[in-house]
Design a protein around this ligand. Structure first.
Ligand code: F6P
Length: 331
């Protein structure tokens, strides 16, 4: 069968995530293996609007698999949300002779890809965000690395909290999702975890847990707050008000978005990059690549963007079960 795709573009857009480079590398190398030329579009959708591109060969993606950030730069494009911006991007695709675009990013990136697909440009999306909040996929590139970065920071905080017998309130990213907070809370043995997926009750979810920990003999406490569940400073102030403790607040911030990707992120990104190009070459246009029970699948973009994702609340139950409990009866 004649391969109709001759040249594709690849871009990264939205908040960066560790593993984006691994995905770009896989897209470029897979394209070349099919005899397809690959053009890197810089600075996300803005790059497609402005014709900001770079030709990419095999050597251009050497030794980027281990690098955090994105060599293609990224941006959140307001202009691409307008019809005028989209028309400019379509013109760039025609001018450069692009037969398809692989867009690596999160939900906003995929809304952009959907818009482009409606203008007749074939697209495939690869999910990459530390928030793991994309409905159509069980896993998004960058989540594992961000978890490990946050865990490393919290382990260090615990050392000093333990020495000083203090309470620590740590705010992690995640936008409106609590995946990062919940996984990190479980993995660090946090005293309490606040996530946006369940109503926040400071007395029941934090103070009571601190109380139980204290009664069980603990003298330091780790409270992990998802940014979508509340403001760490305000939560610390409430803890002070209700317990007299003097919590220290740490907002981990953008450190969670950097760093060399973990094995999971490199491997997943590479498989997703491969599948994205394969989909385009095999004529499956307008798809989002996703993970499903360990497999990489691709889903039609319209369906993918209308899906909802079940938050793993069973993991919150795990957390509750293993949080320090009051010791049994003292006689
Ligand atoms: O979506 C990724 C993310 O890091 C969120 O967790 C966070 O809320 C947001 O991006 C921060 O965005 P910015 O880089 O614009 O500060």
């Amino acid at each position: 069968m004649e391969n109709k795709i001759k040249r594709i573009g690849v871009l990264t857009s939205g908040g960066d995530a560790p593993g984006m480079n691994a995905a770009v590398r896989a897209v470029v190398r897979t394209a070349l293996s099919y005899g397809v030329e690959c053009i890197g579009i810089r600075r996300g959708w803005n790059g497609l609007i402005n014709g900001d591109f770079v030709r990419m060969d095999s050597g251009d993606v050497s030794h980027i698999i281990e690098k955090g950030g994105t060599v293609l730069y990224t941006a959140r494009s307001m202009e691409f949300m307008t019809e005028e911006g989209q028309k400019k991007a379509v013109n760039t695709c025609h001018l450069l002779g692009l037969d398809g675009i692989v867009a690596v990013g999160g939900d906003g990136t995929f809304r952009g890809a959907q818009a482009l697909s409606r203008w007749g440009i074939p697209v495939v999306g690869i999910p990459a965000t530390i928030d793991n909040d994309i409905s159509c996929t069980q896993y998004t590139i960058g989540f594992d690395t961000a978890c490990n970065t946050a865990i490393d920071a919290i382990d260090k905080l615990r050392d000093t909290m333990q020495s000083h017998e203090r309470c620590s309130v740590v705010e992690v990213m995640g936008r409106q999702a609590g995946y990062l907070a919940l996984y990190v809370g479980i993995a660090t043995g946090a005293t309490a975890v606040l996530i946006p997926e369940r109503p926040v009750d400071i007395e029941a979810d934090v103070v009571e847990k601190i109380r139980q920990a204290r009664l069980a003999g603990t003298t330091h406490y780790m409270v992990v707050v998802a940014e979508g569940a509340g403001n760490a400073m305000e939560i610390a102030a409430r803890i002070h008000e209700l317990t007299g403790l003097d919590p220290r607040v740490t907002v981990l911030g953008h450190i969670q978005r950097g760093g060399s990707p973990t094995a999971r992120d490199r491997e997943t990104a590479t498989r997703m990059g491969y599948e994205a190009v394969k989909a385009l070459v095999e004529g499956r246009r307008n798809r989002i690549v996703a993970t499903c029970d360990g497999y990489i699948v691709d889903i039609g973009i319209e369906e993918a963007l209308s899906m909802t994702k079940q938050f793993p609340m069973d993991r919150y139950e795990v957390l509750e079960a293993v949080t320090t409990k009051i010791k049994k009866e003292v006689h």
